[in-house]
Design a protein around this ligand. Structure first.
Ligand SMILES: *[C@@H]1O[C@H](CO)[C@@H](O)[C@H](O)[C@H]1NC(C)=O
Ligand SMILES: *[C@@H]1O[C@H](CO)[C@@H](O)[C@H](O)[C@H]1NC(C)=O
Ligand SMILES: *[C@@H]1O[C@H](CO)[C@@H](O)[C@H](O)[C@H]1NC(C)=O
Ligand SMILES: *[C@@H]1O[C@H](CO)[C@@H](O)[C@H](O)[C@H]1NC(C)=O
Length: 417
């Protein structure tokens, strides 16, 4: 017979083990994978009227950017309802998909998002190199792998697929993109991607000659990675064989209306940014920008006749653009015209502030922001802000990738997820 006292001890020990092991395991686990609970939150920036010269300050707060409580449905704001949030009564959103269209001023907006995510240690969907998440429709095999459930920000070139992209992003992500007047967009696109060379046309006359017989030239080189017809619809995922099919185009536009939360228009960039900042519940300083990656030569005005030909050739993009310009302005109406004028003025004043601060001190700002493991990452000083605002997409992406790698203790990414 086992003595009674020993039996009790044995039972006690067994029970303790059964209880404590899972408990230890359970409490230990979150600590391993979520050391990133402390995030940066920007507190009230200086406002334009305030000329006390104070710099935007930053504060450490506990913000979880993991899936926040939300309804399972995505918010698809209707243009007619005034749902724009009052930034003083909402908490900033951190999850966003920006489909980066070509030659639409998208590098400027990408810079805004890179800054926002860097400052708050958010997880980016990143290309393995340069600025491209592959050249075809988004596929997770083309992105860097990190041991996270979902990512906060996607803002690099890819072709749109709601299905594929939403599979790696949080459910409450906002979907945005930007469009530009197809006349200037197409002409800029044609020059930038040297379509003339592709069609063996003389440099300065290339566009004119192409527009004389677009079907012919397009026909001899279909299947090249960037389509020379309706390039914005192409970026937004319309299949190549449908780029000339008006019924498919119509269908695509309607689909985009439900998939995207906001479509910005380059010609009304500041108004678009004000709407964006309210949707995201961000501060004015979160959306200040300098114009990046714009070349004077690529923004030549296009004469009336070629402009007309460009519109005819890119009727799909024109339809897309007109539809979403109307949507944008309906939302401006809902937001309030007067309020919009006021907020655009406020944004421009903040941009002027940074232009003044940043002009001439580029080198100094740069030397202060060396990449280093000991960098405390407590937000941006003004010098850092100047530096980030003027960084081009590829170097900035490389910088972010290095941080994201080190955040997860990773040297080299594995090939496939
Ligand atoms: C964040 O929250 C944790 C636990 O909830 C707490 O221990 C920590 O002090 C907080 N950090 C800050 C900066 O408030
Ligand atoms: C937003 O909040 C501010 C400050 O609380 C208030 O003055 C303003 O009227 C509000 N705007 C709207 C549209 O509710
Ligand atoms: C966009 O639509 C608004 C409102 O209809 C109009 O005033 C504006 O000129 C349009 N913008 C462009 C670039 O066509
Ligand atoms: C540039 O930096 C120098 C030295 O820090 C400073 O004295 C000067 O005011 C700065 N200029 C601008 C335009 O910020």
């Amino acid at each position: 017979m086992i003595p009674r006292a020993q039996l009790v001890l044995f039972l006690f020990a067994t029970l303790s083990l059964l209880l404590f092991v899972p408990l230890l395991y359970w409490t230990g686990k979150p600590n391993m994978s979520y050391q990133r609970k402390i995030k940066m939150k920007e507190i009230k920036g200086t406002h334009p009227g305030n000329s006390n010269g104070a710099v935007t300050r930053f504060e450490l707060v506990n913000v979880s950017h993991h899936e926040s409580p939300r309804s399972s449905k995505r918010i698809i704001p209707s243009p007619s309802s005034n749902k724009e949030s009052n930034s003083s009564h909402c908490s900033p959103k951190t999850n966003i998909v920006f489909l980066k269209t070509h030659k639409c001023g998208s590098s400027t907006l990408q810079n805004v998002l890179l800054r926002y995510g860097e400052r708050r240690n958010l997880d980016f969907v990143l290309p393995e190199k340069a600025n491209y998440l592959g050249l075809s429709v988004f596929h997770r095999g083309n992105m860097m792998y990190y041991p996270v459930k979902k990512y906060n920000i996607l803002c690099h070139h890819t072709r749109f697929s709601y299905k594929e992209i939403s599979a790696v992003m949080f459910k409450d992500s906002l979907y945005i993109t930007i469009l530009r007047d197809p006349v200037t967009q197409f002409s800029s696109f044609f020059n930038y991607f040297q379509r003339g060379k592709l069609y063996r046309l003389p440099g300065d006359k290339a566009l004119k000659i192409f527009l004389g017989k677009p079907n012919y030239y397009y026909g001899i080189h279909s299947g090249k990675r960037f389509q020379t017809k309706n390039p914005m619809l192409y970026d937004l995922g319309l299949r190549e064989k449908h780029l000339g099919d008006s019924a498919r185009i119509e269908e695509k536009i309607q689909q985009l209306e439900t998939e995207f939360d906001l479509i910005l228009i380059l010609e009304h960039f500041d108004e678009s940014l004000v709407l964006l900042r309210h949707l995201m519940c961000w501060d004015v300083d979160d959306v200040v920008y300098f114009v990046l990656n714009s070349r004077k030569s690529s923004v030549k005005t296009v004469a009336r006749e070629p402009a007309e030909k460009i519109r005819r050739w890119n009727a799909g993009d024109l339809r897309l653009y007109q539809t979403f310009n109307r949507t944008l302005w309906r939302r401006v109406e809902a937001f309030g015209r007067r309020r919009m004028r006021h907020e655009v003025g406020e944004l421009r004043a903040r941009i002027r502030h940074f232009v003044d601060r940043c002009a001439g001190n580029r080198t100094e700002a740069r030397s202060k922001t060396k990449l280093g493991a000991s960098d405390s990452r407590l937000g941006f000083s003004e010098g850092e802000m100047c530096d980030r605002m003027t960084r081009r997409g590829i170097p900035y992406t490389n910088y972010i990738r290095t941080y994201q790698d080190s955040r997860y203790g990773m040297g080299k990414p594995p090939n496939k997820p």
